[in-house]
Design a protein around this ligand. Structure first.
Ligand code: ADP
Ligand code: MG
Length: 238
């Protein structure tokens, strides 16, 4: 069960508190979008869940484990960033299989996992190419492929589409929805784009200045925004 639960989660950088005691319960297999203006603490929150950033206080649970002190690779999560960070000297297949290779898996196991990910993301034709021979959208699909080969319980996305043009962003939204349906994992998806959040997510978490303004389904936050800020951000009729 890949639930994610945040309790009184606080992050300070020196004296500056950027995440103010937030709480959130994400259900197993739920698609949660974390939205809000630039600088409100979305990436910091996601990075704390991933274990890439220490927490100042509070608790993070993934499934039935408190993961506060676990390193990223023991949390069974995969993270996809805005910058694809593919290895330029490796092929698509090697990029996708690399994390399994360093985890000591056998080549047949790696090949099977890569083939499965390539099928889900329609990357079959591209497995022998290098990143320089791919378009932006294809690179982002490889980055997602690399994340799914590890079969994580939880996917964390940090603005994965913001480097793509509008048309490609639309296509990739569909791909991400398809991916979520197929791999059946829990997703926490950070974006500053409310339309992207509304189309993708089961529930939306609206953040502002390091706290959570409202949590609800797209319909709830649109129809019943809890604050003027939410109404303005989501574009609800007033
Ligand atoms: P978002 O992803 O919503 O744009 P961030 O989580 O990146 O916001 O940042 C939240 C706040 O924390 C911002 O005010 C940012 O300047 C600050 N911040 C982020 N990383 C650091 C850091 N390493 N040191 C100091 N302040 C930081
Ligand atoms: Mg960010």
């Amino acid at each position: 069960m890949a639930t994610v639960s945040l309790k009184n989660l606080v992050k300070k950088y020196g004296q500056l508190e950027v995440v103010h005691s937030i709480g959130l319960d994400v259900n197993d297999r739920e698609f949660i979008a974390l939205v809000g203006p630039s600088g409100c603490g979305k990436s910091t929150t996601l990075r704390m869940i991933a274990g890439l950033e220490d927490i100042t206080s509070g608790e993070i649970r993934i499934g039935d484990r408190v993961v506060n002190d676990l390193p990223p690779r023991q949390r069974n999560i995969s993270m996809v960033f805005q910058s694809y960070a593919l290895y330029p000297h490796m092929t698509v297949a090697e990029n996708m299989g690399f994390s399994l290779k360093i985890a000591g898996r056998t080549q047949p196991e790696i090949d099977a996992a890569v083939a499965e990910a390539a099928r889900i993301l329609s990357l079959g034709e591209l497995l022998d190419r290098r990143p320089s021979q791919l378009s932006g959208g294809q690179r982002q699909r490889v980055a997602m492929g690399r994340a799914i080969v590890r079969k994580p319980d939880v996917f964390l996305f940090d603005e994965p589409l913001s480097n793509l043009d509008a048309k490609l962003r639309m296509q990739m939204r569909t791909e991400i929805k398809k991916l979520h349906a197929q791999v059946q994992s829990t997703v926490i998806y950070v974006t500053h784009d409310q339309v992207e959040a509304m189309t993708l997510a089961d529930r939306i978490v609206i953040m502002r200045d390091g706290h959570i303004e409202q949590v609800g389904t797209p319909d709830e936050v649109f129809r019943r925004p809890a604050t003027h800020f939410v109404a303005g951000f989501i574009g609800s009729p007033t």
